[in-house]
Design a protein around this ligand. Structure first.
Ligand code: DAH
Length: 328
C-alpha cells in the first residue's frame, strides 16, 4: 500500500500521463482503451480505491477524498477529449466531396479485336458458333483433307492428348462440325483459341486466337469470297485499305489464296481463304456437285498487332498492366 503522503504526487504523475495519452488519441476506440487503463475495473485508480479498506481509519477519509476528486477530474478530462473527437469526426465528413475514384477493369485488347471482327461479320449475316478446344484428329486433320502423312501437318505441330485427340491447331475443324450437324445454306464464323508447338517469341505463341469463316450455298463463287473479305478488311482497317489476293495452298480449299493488305507502305499477309475443297464436302456427306462454298481463317492476334502497332505477340499473354491499361 502506498504511504498516504505519496498518494497525491503519484496521482499528479498519473494525471500527466493521462493527459498526454489523451492528446495523442485520435479515435474513439483509443479513448475507450485509455479510460479502461485509468478508470476501468482494472484501471490504476480503481486498484488504489480497493486498498482504502486496508488503511488505518484515520487515513481512510483523506485518502478517499483525494482519490474521488481525481476520479471525477479524470472522467471529465476523458469526456472532453471524447466530445472533441466526436465533433471532429462529424465535421470532417463532407457529403459534397466527390467519391473516391474506383478503378474499373476493361476488355483485353485481343477480346476487343475479336468482338470488332465478329461484329463486322455478324453485320453481314454470319452467325457465331463455337467449337471445342480439344478436338478429334479426324476433325482437325482428316476431314479437312489433311491425311496422316501429309506434310501440311508439319506446319501445325500439335499437342496430342491421345493418339486420336489433340488441342486443335486451327479453328477449321469447326467447319466440319457445322456441316455435319446442319443443313446448308450456312454462314458461320467461329472465333477461339488454338494451340501449336511453337517457340514463345515475338511472332509466335503456343496458344493464340483465330477466327474461321464458312459460307455454303448453291453457286457460291470466288467473287463472293473476294467481295466479302475486301468489305470486311475495309471496315476493319479503313475504307481506303489496299487489298491483294495471292494464289496459295491449303488442303481444305481449292483454289486457295492468301490475302495481304498494304499497311504503312508494306504488304502484310492477314488471312488465308479459298473455295471449299470437294474432299471436304465428301467427308461430311455433302454432294460437291450440288454445294459450293468458301472458307477463310484469320489470326486475331495478328489483326490486333497490325491495328495497334504491337511489336511482340507475348505482350498479349503476360498480363502486364502497363500494357493492358493502354486499351480502354
Ligand atoms: N486453318 C488455316 C491455318 O490455321 C487458316 C485457313 C486458311 C483457314 C484458309 C481457312 C482457309 O478456312 O480457307 O493456317
Amino acid at each position: 500500500m502506498r504511504p498516504i503522503h505519496e498518494l497525491q504526487p503519484w496521482l499528479e504523475d498519473e494525471e500527466n500521463r493521462l493527459r498526454s495519452r489523451l492528446r495523442e488519441a485520435q479515435t474513439l476506440q483509443e479513448i475507450q482503451e485509455i479510460r479502461a487503463a485509468f478508470l476501468g475495473k482494472k484501471g490504476v485508480l480503481t486498484a488504489e480505491l480497493k486498498t482504502l479498506r486496508a488503511r488505518p481509519p484515520e487515513e481512510r477519509k483523506e485518502a478517499g477524498r483525494v482519490l474521488n476528486q481525481y476520479k471525477a477530474r479524470w472522467e471529465q478530462l476523458i469526456g472532453e477529449r471524447r466530445s472533441q473527437l466526436e465533433a471532429q469526426a462529424a465535421s470532417s465528413f463532407d457529403p459534397t466531396l466527390p467519391g473516391r475514384p474506383y478503378r474499373l477493369g476493361h476488355d483485353h485488347p485481343l477480346w476487343l479485336t475479336l468482338e470488332e471482327i465478329l461484329d463486322i461479320f455478324v453485320g453481314m449475316g454470319f452467325e457465331e458458333v463455337v467449337g471445342p478446344l480439344v478436338e478429334w484428329e479426324r476433325y482437325n486433320f482428316e476431314a479437312l483433307n489433311i491425311p496422316r502423312h501429309h506434310p501440311a501437318r508439319d506446319m501445325q505441330s500439335s499437342f496430342f492428348i491421345t493418339d486420336r485427340m489433340l488441342l486443335r491447331t486451327h479453328t477449321s475443324p469447326v467447319q466440319i462440325r457445322v456441316m455435319e450437324s446442319r443443313k446448308p445454306p450456312l454462314r458461320v464464323v467461329s472465333p477461339g483459341r488454338v494451340f501449336r508447338v511453337d517457340e514463345f517469341d515475338p511472332t509466335h505463341a503456343p496458344a493464340f486466337f483465330q477466327m474461321e469463316g464458312l459460307y455454303v450455298d448453291r453457286e457460291v463463287s470466288f467473287a463472293h469470297l473476294k467481295g466479302t473479305l475486301v468489305r470486311f478488311l475495309q471496315r476493319f482497317f479503313g475504307e481506303n485499305v489496299e487489298v491483294r489476293f495471292l494464289p496459295s495452298y491449303f488442303p481444305f480449299t481449292e483454289p486457295s489464296a492468301e490475302v495481304a493488305i498494304r499497311w504503312k507502305g508494306e504488304w502484310l499477309e492477314v488471312l488465308g481463304c479459298g473455295m471449299v475443297h470437294p474432299h471436304v464436302f465428301e467427308a461430311v456427306g455433302l454432294d460437291p456437285e450440288r454445294w459450293t462454298g468458301y472458307a477463310f481463317g484469320l489470326g486475331i492476334d495478328r489483326f490486333a498487332m497490325i491495328r495497334y502497332g504491337i511489336p511482340d505477340i507475348r505482350l498479349f499473354y503476360q498480363g502486364d498492366l502497363r500494357f493492358l491499361r493502354q486499351f480502354r
